[in-house]
Ligand binder design. Sequence first.
Ligand SMILES: [Zn+2]
Length: 596
Amino acid sequence: MIRRSRVAAAVALWIAVCCRLAAQTGAPVIFTVSMPQPANHLFHVTMRATGLAGPTQDFKMPVWTPGYYRVIDYARNVSHLHARDDAGHELQWEKTTRNTWRMVTGGASAMTVDYDVYGATRFGAQNYLDENRAYISPPGFYLYLAGQLQRPVQVTFRLPTGWTRIASGLDGQGAIYSAPDFDTFYDCPTLLGNQEVRQFAVRGVPHFAVLENVPDSVDRPKMLADLQFIVEAATAMMGDIPYRHYTFLLMGIGNGGIEHLDSASIAFNGKSLATENGYRRWLSYVAHEYFHNFNVKRIRPLALGPFDYDTENLTNMLWVSEGLSVYYQDLLLVRAGLITPEQYLEKLATTLGSFESAPGRHYQSATESSWNTWGTSGVGNDRNTTISYYDNGALLGAMLDLQIRHASGNRQSLDDVMRALYRDYYQGQHRGFTDAEFRAECERAAGGSLEEVFSYAATTREPDYARYFAYAGLALDTTRTDGKGAYLGVNTHVEDGKLMVVAAQAGSPAAKEGVRADDEIAEVEGAKATVKVLSDTLVSRKPGEQLKLKLVRGGEPREIEVVLAVNPVWTFRLHKAERLEPPAAATWKDWMRTAR
Ligand SMILES: [Zn+2]
């Protein structure tokens, strides 16, 4: 009796909890995905939704994929859409925006929607299907009920004959998978076909490596061991494993990676793994996507989750989310014992050369690059007027880390900042952080102001790299060669539509003619000055030629003529002194420590 009444009470409680949960989150939305004619690149999707109310229901498709900061017209790949009520009556619908379908439900509480999705693009933020494989990028594939992203989701995959694999970060087994809500569901791309699946565990948590087009000559046990070292180095640093399972979708065809909560889709040229250098670059790339499970998926700026799937999600801090992930991708390889400190310094010096030699750094800051990335043709693709927040963010990460280590007498580092953000914002407050909160965490670790490094992030000021590297006992050798175009030597930013000088570089043609900070460049050769006008002019000129500028200083216009100089291309080498004195010795040792 006692036993039975306890069971009854438990059941009653379970029902009460479930009902409350259902009331909060709504009934599950059920999807079935099939691929009856894979050669035509057409998926078929059936979506069943219950618990509907009112005369109409809006169904939506996201316009972007988290991790890929670009608006994409996914809805144009949707075709043959039909909606029915439970009696089988076809329901009318109309498109009310590019990504909204308004269904006339006539008060029906349940309905089924059928549609096809065309998938012929091999890219992590797009869908792909052929006779051999399928890749599903959920935001461009599954519809959601407007305003009901909190609904649980279930999906069944019906595979073409002969296919055996379903790999993703979703929970489930066999053909049926689930997610607690659409935010999670949209963050679980799925790879289907006959992929090779390998597995390893870190502290009992399973990690899957799903391989496609990786040549037989690549040593599988070594690859698995190396992935494990990377996971161990990252989770040891963070002090936590935040997921119950993790899946590396390692697609050896195409390029481009996108990070997810408990998976990463990583495309690459499989053949590149055959050389030692290619394999090392690949490890660095995989470490980057993996570390994102902490930095951006959980440690994140406010704008990057929960997401607005209807529009751009703007932030100044992609240099933190992407750039610091670049910084850590190679540092983790040092800690994992997969590259040497010398190889690390070589990579850092290459990043420095690539960033410093791109004219765009004179015009765009890391925060501007973060904000403006939406709608551009690609991060840093126009090297003449824009920068890459990947390169610049990695260098800012190195300066932040070294400054924090130096200022705190090696008691704190950027690792402590990452752990504090993870603990206080992700675990403690379940939210992202503001620009000011990120800076405050860094300054708390440093025990003082980090004004200088943050001004390098927010402006085009010339960083004093050598001083930061000296904190770890490193000397920075600089070599200058001649580049294309001509050199003026001003760093600018755009304020209220005006091209303002941030600084004239010491010894530059601009500095020689007295150009200084806060001057407005109003005209270049009589044309209204913009970043593009100035950049295009310099690219088309030769050293020794004259350039007419109209400046405005303190409201007063003035005309100057500048003799342009040779455009410099910089290469750098970082090298460590034979004997290091404290405190640099301690900084170097802790910075470059190996975790195994
Ligand atoms: Zn990234």
